[in-house]
Design a protein around this ligand. Structure first.
Ligand SMILES: NC(=O)c1ccc[n+]([C@@H]2O[C@H](COP(=O)([O-])OP(=O)(O)OC[C@H]3O[C@@H](n4cnc5c(N)ncnc54)[C@H](OP(=O)(O)O)[C@@H]3O)[C@@H](O)[C@H]2O)c1
Length: 398
């Protein structure tokens, strides 16, 4: 359904960092439903030239950016052969440029991994409406990102479904109540919640999430529960809540997307079908509510809603994330980098699924850097941690 615009709405010009990914596709689906509210100023990808050129044509994008600088010529050719008018740009500086361009007022940060850090911070510094899906960026540079948001007077709207749910639950509460809230992040438990023998699981099995359709890296993170660990760190920065007031509950039906407990004992929850278009529509339209295309929730057919505590012995990544958050400094950067290296090696079939957690643990034990003071420090720690984690991976080829 394509909506007509209300008098109060303004036309927003959006840059989509990571337009060819799972979040990018969901965002474009929502945007296509609201042609009078949104236009796409810029779209980016890393290597997927064909998809990026298709998007540029379909959404009459002004600028298409390919992260891999060797692909600028193929991108230009692909745009021309389709008759797309977008200007082709390439490389890291072009990603940063479109994130802070005056031609856009809204930036969706949907690059996967710490590769999204610099353009995301650039959007914050430039005072954009910043729709944050790229959780690794805030995990690595939480303090610096929140400072950039403040300096740039940016508006930070979480897209991750759990944080989006919390944002919805906290909206309208006085600051004093927000500051004392307890956050309860729900986790589906991933595909291996009830499976004991994980020695021989394949990348495809790990990516077969029972409830959500997502990119491969976050799907593996969901299978190890590192995704929930990263989300605890993300929530702590976004909502300025310490680790000991952020809980995790396994809720396999993925109907409740997260909850907030208030001092009077009330627990507020946000519910819906598991579809990223809902949080994306919330963030794109905020403070207005716009249609998303997501299926309606029918509670009578949702079945029983169940909740259980996570098994921290089987899913050790959760503990690493909590302790990295408590340790502060560069520990979250190391945690994230080691996880990215381990997950990539698993997806390339160079590392067993069961070796992901030990690779992260060894890297955290081997490297305890001082707190990063600048983005350059974060990138240095990220590089060093990747090198150290890679050493553990090569030791562990099955
Ligand atoms: N998928 C979900 O449902 C979901 C939910 C909550 C949060 N998130 C978060 O949202 C982010 C994106 O997730 P996703 O599932 O959409 O990932 P994805 O499907 O793998 O898409 C990643 C996007 O980033 C681009 N990209 C990859 N490496 C890059 C690099 N080094 N530099 C610049 N761009 C790069 C990709 O381009 P190519 O296509 O050219 O490789 C693609 O456009 C992640 O941080 C994830 O944790 C995702």
């Amino acid at each position: 359904m394509v909506d007509s615009v209300t008098a109060a709405s303004v036309m927003r010009s959006v840059t989509i960092l990571g337009a060819t990914g799972s979040i990018g596709a969901s965002a474009l689906d929502v945007i296509a439903r609201h042609p009078h509210r949104f236009r796409v100023h810029a779209a980016t990808a890393q290597t997927n030239v064909a998809e990026l050129a298709d998007i540029a044509l379909k959404f009459t994008v002004d600028v298409a950016v390919i992260g891999d600088p060797t692909l600028e010529r193929p991108l230009r050719d692909a745009l021309r052969s389709r008759g797309a008018k977008a200007t082709a740009r390439a490389g890291r500086s072009a990603l940063i440029h479109v994130a802070q361009a005056p031609e856009c007022d809204t930036v969706l940060a949907a690059i996967v991994g710490s590769a999204g850090l610099e353009p995301t911070i650039a959007a914050a510094e430039a005072g954009k409406r910043l729709l944050l899906a790229n959780k690794e960026a805030i995990v690595c540079a939480g303090e610096l990102m929140m400072a950039a948001v403040k300096r740039g007077a940016a508006m930070l709207l979480p897209v991750d479904s759990e944080h989006n749910a919390i944002h919805q639950c906290l909206a309208g509460l006085p600051e004093s109540e927000r500051a004392t809230a307890r956050l309860i992040l729900t986790a589906s438990g991933g595909p291996f919640l009830k499976r004991d023998d994980l020695e021989d699981v394949t990348p495809d099995q790990a990516c077969a999430h029972p409830k959500w359709v997502m990119g491969r890296k976050i799907s593996v993170d969901s299978a190890t529960l590192m995704n929930k660990g990263l989300e605890v760190i993300e929530a702590s920065w976004l909502f300025q809540i310490p680790a000991d007031r952020i809980d995790i509950v396994i809720h396999p039906q993925s109907v409740i997307h997260s909850m907030v407990e208030l001092p009077d004992g009330s627990v507020l929850a946000q519910m819906g079908t598991p579809d990223m278009r809902t949080p994306l529509a919330y963030a794109l339209g905020w403070p207005e509510r716009i249609t998303s295309g997501a299926r309606r929730l029918h509670l009578e057919s949702a079945g029983p809603l169940t909740f259980e505590a996570p098994d921290r012995t089987r899913f050790r990544c959760l503990g690493y994330a909590y302790s990295a958050l408590k340790r502060g400094g560069g520990a979250s950067v190391v945690l994230n980098a080691a996880n990215e290296i381990a997950v990539e090696a698993f997806l390339d079939e160079r590392l067993r699924f069961t070796e992901i957690a030990p690779t992260i643990e060894r890297t955290l034990e081997a490297y305890d850097p001082p707190p990063p003071r600048t983005i350059a420090d974060v990138l240095d720690i990220d590089n060093e941690a990747r090198e150290r984690a890679s050493e553990f991976v090569t030791d562990k080829v099955p």
